[in-house]
Write a protein that binds this ligand. Sequence first.
Ligand code: CUA
Length: 317
Amino acid sequence: RNPNPWLGPATLALLAGCNPAQSVLHPAGEDAAEIARLFWVMAVGAVVIWAVVFGAAVFAIVSRRKPTTERGADLVVLFGGVVFPTVTLGALLAYGLTLLPDWGPGEPPDLRVHVEAEQYWWRVRIEGPDGAMIETANEVVLPAGAEVDFHLTSPDVIHSFWIPPLGGKMDTIPGRENVLRLRPTTPGLYRGICAEFCGASHAFMAFEARVVPPEDFTAYLAAQAEPASGDASAFVAAGCGGCHTVRGVVELGATGPDLTHFASRATIAGILDNTSEILREWIAHPVAFKPDARMPSYDMLTDDQMDAILAFLGGLK
Ligand code: CUA
């Protein structure tokens, strides 16, 4: 028995707050670094103003009983309570204004990534150098140092695209396209999330953002551009191909995530470790992990059918 029912949730909350993969205070991109700097400057400014105003108030109360120091107390309150906060807040405002983004037409980006946020996953299309689109899902791989334009939209409800360590965030709105520019600087593994309540599985609408050295990105694009291969007969017989494209093997439906290089992804659906045991559970009961998910439960598959599907998906490197 858990001796303290709050211990588990409290520890989790603490760990979540400290997870640098999803922290705005561990920036790995230009925009996030500016936001983190702004946060610290504002926080220090707020603490200094609080200390001076509080000090002035205490001084005024303490010296109220001594009429001889009244004039001194007035000056302290005037300076500490009015002049000092005005000057300090003015300076903080001026600093904040210098960080406003430049809204004018900028340089063209180094890379364009098209993101469609859907209940409750992310369709990601990367524009290759030859203009060809490479589609993947629930992961975004980016070259370090590149200016990246994310073209954001949604086919259903409003979501919000946010990779906290890189900067952002921006809403994805049905019927329009928002463009968010980010420049990731530090290679690493980060966590992207949906930042707008969008339904039962909003909290599970996450994805992996991987920033890699530019040469690794070129290799990634080349590998992703290759079509898949493998024995898809069980996958097709179960009807999976009606929603999932596996380029080069089954290209019937595309309402669900593209699975062409599924085995190369770190996660299943953006939130689960990509192992065959977990994938077995996911395919049988997706809504157990993501309530209200569109994918039906495939708990009617026999072990042989399931094994064949897992073998096929596991081979999609
Ligand atoms: Cu999608 Cu919240």
